[in-house]
Design a protein around this ligand. Structure first.
Ligand SMILES: Nc1ncnc2c1ncn2[C@@H]1O[C@H](COP(=O)(O)OP(=O)(O)OP(=O)(O)O)[C@@H](O)[C@H]1O
Length: 298
């Protein structure tokens, strides 16, 4: 590995230092660069959502941060340590919900939670976890018999069982039904209220908007933009679209000054303007444009 060794300065142990700090992260598979100089900072106590198309490198990034994947180059500090060399004490401060299948198929849900509780110094109570992820009725069911969405719920419960300072959630709600997703959102809000730092990946933009203090979009191997969800793509959001019906046909104007367009329109129309709407791009529109930019040639 040619990675730049980040010698964490004393400040990194400070509660005010970022939970995650990444500079110039590079990773290739078979000569093809997936991460091409990615910079990322996650502040202590925030919920940060990593967005990006399939194959953009979100899981690769998270795995490098968890210390389970080697990087080719770049400086990485997670809770003040380099994940490539950090030890068990550091790992105990992390919670991980990965995309993979869990183990312990033969145990019941309750047995699995009780079993893994022994690995933590201060585990959350099994009953509390079962309630938090809505698996109380499945407590006596073998893990191997759970549905896909129920397995995700169990994975989330196991990921937060040890009261981690920083939790990585890689597509945590994939396969969950809408009720379970909302339950999960409550869980994440609770974690955040306790001061836990959360780094999650998701393809659900409503989820990112609901949960994240800031979102980052990966495209073309880099983070192309970082902002609070409502401010992402501020430039793109300046353009409003005014639409209305004119003699049965639909008219549309894209403008940075919708009020002026409306004034002109109302001045020339004696009655109501049929079908009049003013819209601005939402998070999804902005996201789609960001991942289509030259930086993110997906
Ligand atoms: N072990 C590996 N060997 C070879 N290529 C890999 C390996 N792991 C990932 N890749 C490739 O690297 C790219 C990034 O994969 P990664 O899983 O990080 O993307 P992602 O953003 O998490 O995607 P998704 O949204 O689909 O989960 C993909 O093209 C993938 O095929």
């Amino acid at each position: 590995m040619t990675s730049t060794q980040v010698a964490p300065p004393a400040a990194y142990t400070d509660r005010d230092a970022p939970a995650v700090s990444v500079r110039g992260l590079r990773k290739s598979y078979g000569g093809k660069a997936v991460l091409d100089g990615l910079d990322l900072e996650v502040r202590r106590g925030e919920c940060f959502a990593l967005l990006g198309p399939n194959g953009a490198g979100k899981t690769t990034t998270i795995e490098v941060l968890e210390g389970v994947r080697r990087r080719d180059d770049g400086g990485v500090a997670v809770l003040g340590a380099d994940p490539a060399t950090a030890g068990r004490a550091w790992r105990a401060r992390l919670g991980v919900v990965s995309q993979g299948e869990g183990a312990a198929q033969a145990l019941t849900v309750r047995e699995a939670l009780d079993h893994f509780a022994a690995y933590h110094a201060r585990p959350r109570r099994t009953a509390e976890l079962l309630a938090a992820v809505g698996l109380e009725e499945k407590a006596g069911t073998r893990v191997g018999r759970l549905s896909g969405g129920q397995r995700r719920r169990l994975a989330v419960a196991l990921g937060v069982q040890g009261r981690p300072e920083l939790v990585f959630l890689d597509e945590p709600t994939t396969g969950m039904d809408p009720v379970a997703r909302r339950q999960f959102w409550e869980l994440v809000r609770g974690l955040r209220a306790e001061g836990t730092t959360v780094l999650l990946t998701t393809h659900y933009l409503d989820e990112a908007a609901e949960l994240a203090d800031r979102v980052g979009v990966i495209a073309g191997g880099r983070l192309v933009e970082v902002a609070p969800p409502a401010e992402l793509g501020a430039e793109l959001r300046r353009i409003a679209t005014v639409t209305w019906l004119d003699g049965g046909s639909r008219r549309q104007v894209r403008t940075e000054a919708p009020a002026a367009v409306l004034r002109d329109l109302l001045a020339t129309t004696p009655h109501e303007v049929p079908g009049l709407t003013v819209t601005r791009p939402g998070l999804e529109d902005v996201y789609l444009q960001l991942v289509r930019t030259p930086g993110g040639d997906q």
